[in-house]
Structures are given as structure tokens and as C-alpha cells.
Design a protein around this ligand. Structure first.
Ligand code: PLP
Length: 375
């Protein structure tokens, strides 16, 4: 099986092996040592001096935890809603009685920083702005740098769900002044699902001090206190943290800049292949994480996805909500190289042809190779 979904992503061999070892107990110096190493590696990924909290949860758990730790009932917040994951921010906030101002963005497009600035001017009581780095449902990447420049001039904090983008796109948290960055294990970090990460700026911690929403398991204050002793308040996902230690080592070996460049080239190659095959790439500006392509109705995105999977063992993602049946999404995320993506493109071409789409075999591959062979 070959996974080309935006999470979970393929695992490096050593990451797999690291989980198969004998369990270590979490209240030991052996674990604290692993934990310290992982902390260090996470700071490298987040490009931040902040301690990074490690939660036993999928990404959404960290999204909810951030809301309950920072906000209070009836607070007003701004959510940039340009896809499925933007909607998730709205849903979580409303679940906790928070008043949400929604900045609706057409799916496949991005919000402009000026619009956000205007809304914050008209609503100075807004406590937080919620965004994605990459809106995985549409494949676009938001301009967090410009958004942060606007938000940092106000009293609001900027909270970024970077679960799919972290590690594949540039997001220097401290340099850009992003208050909260959230990550997950199963995307560019090349670890199985089950860990989520939260990094909080000083400004975010100040907001946390005034929060009155109740929480127990998610309590960031307890987690921060435990961190200083190399621990978590409750039993951590020990095996996943061991796997993370290995993946962070692999990431450091390659280097963050090179990794982002590799993702960018794979993304460019995939888009070039789609264009050459006559498929429209959905969304702009496209991310390094995933390429969404519009599949002609007579072919059918679901039929295509099924054939690629059943005949070639290439697993892609379909569209979500109203894009279901209309697009397929090919992720080029994590442990992936040139030949991997060429394999996926090859399966795409052959499947399209078998479904009656007029395709010149090799035309997608050719466009991709032209980009990949430049480096
Ligand atoms: C994958 C993803 C999530 C998290 O989903 P989980 O299933 O809870 O891990 C959140 N936001 C974005 C943008 C994602 O891509």
C-alpha cells in the first residue's frame, strides 16, 4: 500500500522500529531523557523558544484544548473559515458558548490580512483570531506572516492550526509572532496518529490567565508545570513519543529548509502533472502539503480514487463536504521522495485512461520529471 493522504502519512523504517521496542516507564529518568530530546526537536520544528506541550490526542484534541484553556464563555473571536478545518474552529468555539465572528472565504481561496485588520478594528473586543496554515480540505496555504503582522498590533492572539502544514511549510513562530501554533504527529512529522502539539507565546499565556472555561485533562497550566520536570501530568503516549524522537532525529539530519524545499518540488511536480493531463488544480495559492485536482464529472472523482487504490495500491483522499465526488487530493507530505510521487502520478494517468479519459500516457510523468530533474 502507498499512502498519499494528508495524514496519516508513510513512516520511515526507523520510526516503525522505534515503537516495537520494550516499553519504558514514564516516571523514569530514561523517559525524561527522551522527553527532553523531543522537546528540543520540537522547538527546532516550531522555530520557537516556547516550551511545546505534547498531548495524547489527535490534532482536533489540541484545537479544543486551546479553546478551553485560553477563552471564556461569551468571549468574541474571529474565525477564518475557508474549508472544513476552518469550520471546525467555528464549531469548537460555539460548543463552548463563545461568540464567533466568521470571516467566510470561498473554498479554494484565502483570506487577506487587510480584511482581518478591518474586522479587528470594528470589533476591538475580539480576543482571538483562528486560522489554518494549510486548509487541507482545499489544499491552499494561508499567508500567516501577513496575518500575524496585523494581529500583533491588536490585543487579540493569533491561533494557527498548523497540523498539516507544520514541517512542510515555513512557519517561524517567534519571528512571525504567531501566538499559538498547533501541530499533529501524523502529517509531516512522520509519526502515527495520536500526538498533538501546542506552543504558546507570552501573550497567549496572559490570555490563559483570564480564562474561565473549565477543563481537567486538557489543563495547560498543569502540563506546563510538569514540563519543567520532564514529565506530563498523566501517562503520556510513551511509544509514540519514542517514535517522535526518531522522526525528529531524521528531520534534523535532513534539515528544515531542505525538507520544505523537497515538499515544494513534489508539490510543483504534482501540479505540473495535473495541468499537463488537463486537470484543473483546485485552490490558490497551492500548498506544499496536498494538491487538489478537479476530476471531470464523466470520469468521477470517487471512481478514479477507487481504481487508483484497487488496481495500483495508491491511496489518495477525496473531497470533503460539497467537494465530495468532485476532486481528488494527492498529498506529498512527510516521508516521500521523487519516485514516490512519480508512482502516484503514473497510477493517476493509467487510471484516467482506463476510465475513458482521453490521456496521453506519460504526459503527466513528463511534466513532473521536468521539474524534479532540475535539482
Ligand atoms: C489533519 C488535520 C487536523 C486534525 O485532524 P485530526 O483527525 O484530529 O488529527 C486539523 N486541521 C488540519 C488543517 C488538518 O489537516
Amino acid at each position: 500500500m502507498r499512502i498519499f493522504t494528508p495524514g496519516p502519512t508513510p513512516l520511515p523504517e526507523n520510526v516503525k522500529i522505534s515503537q516495537a521496542r520494550e516499553i519504558i516507564h514514564h516516571r523514569t529518568s530514561e523517559f525524561s531523557k527522551v522527553f527532553a530530546e523531543v522537546q528540543d526537536g520540537l522547538k527546532y520544528i516550531f522555530q520557537s523558544q516556547n516550551e511545546v506541550l505534547i498531548l495524547a490526542a489527535s490534532g482536533t484534541g489540541a484545537m479544543e484544548a486551546t479553546v478551553v484553556n485560553l477563552l471564556s464563555p461569551h468571549d468574541k473571536v474571529l474565525v477564518i473559515e475557508g474549508g472544513k478545518f476552518g469550520e471546525r474552529w467555528t464549531e469548537i468555539n460555539r460548543t463552548f458558548g463563545i461568540e464567533v465572528v466568521v470571516l467566510k472565504v470561498e473554498w479554494g481561496k484565502v483570506a487577506r490580512a487587510e480584511e482581518i485588520g478591518d474586522i479587528l478594528k470594528q470589533n476591538p473586543e475580539i480576543k482571538a483570531v483562528f486560522a489554518q496554515l494549510v486548509e487541507t480540505s482545499t489544499g491552499v496555504v494561508y499567508d500567516i506572516k501577513s496575518i500575524a503582522e496585523v494581529v500583533k498590533e491588536t490585543s487579540a492572539v493569533l491561533i494557527v492550526d498548523a497540523i498539516s502544514g507544520l514541517g512542510a511549510e515555513s512557519l517561524p513562530q517567534d519571528q512571525w509572532a504567531v501566538d499559538v501554533v498547533i501541530g499533529g504527529s501524523q502529517k509531516a512529522l512522520m509519526v502515527p496518529p495520536g500526538l498533538a502539539f501546542v506552543s504558546l507565546s507570552e501573550k497567549a499565556r496572559e490570555l490563559m490567565e483570564s480564562s474561565t472555561l473549565p477543563c481537567y485533562y486538557w489543563d495547560f497550566k498543569k502540563a506546563i508545570k510538569s514540563l519543567s520536570t520532564g514529565q506530563t501530568p498523566y501517562t503520556p503516549a510513551v511509544s509514540l513519543i519514542c517514535a517522535l524522537k526518531e522522526s525528529l532525529r531524521i528531520i534534523r539530519e535532513e534539515g528544515q529548509e531542505k525538507i520544505i524545499r523537497r515538499h515544494n518540488l513534489l508539490a510543483q511536480a504534482t501540479r505540473a502533472a495535473a495541468n499537463n493531463l488537463g486537470l484543473r488544480v483546485f485552490g490558490f495559492p497551492s500548498s506544499n502539503v496536498v494538491t487538489a485536482m478537479v476530476i471531470p464529472e464523466e470520469i468521477g472523482a470517487n471512481r478514479l480514487k477507487k481504481l487508483m487504490w484497487e488496481k495500483y495500491g495508491v491511496l489518495t483522499a477525496g473531497g470533503q463536504a460539497h467537494l465530495s465526488g468532485k476532486i481528488i487530493r494527492i498529498a506529498h507530505l512527510g516521508w516521500m521522495d521523487n519516485l514516490d510521487i512519480l508512482g502516484a502520478i503514473s497510477a493517476l494517468e493509467m487510471s484516467l485512461g482506463q476510465l475513458g479519459y482521453s490521456v496521453e500516457l506519460g504526459s503527466g510523468i513528463k511534466a513532473a520529471e521536468e521539474i524534479l530533474s532540475k535539482e
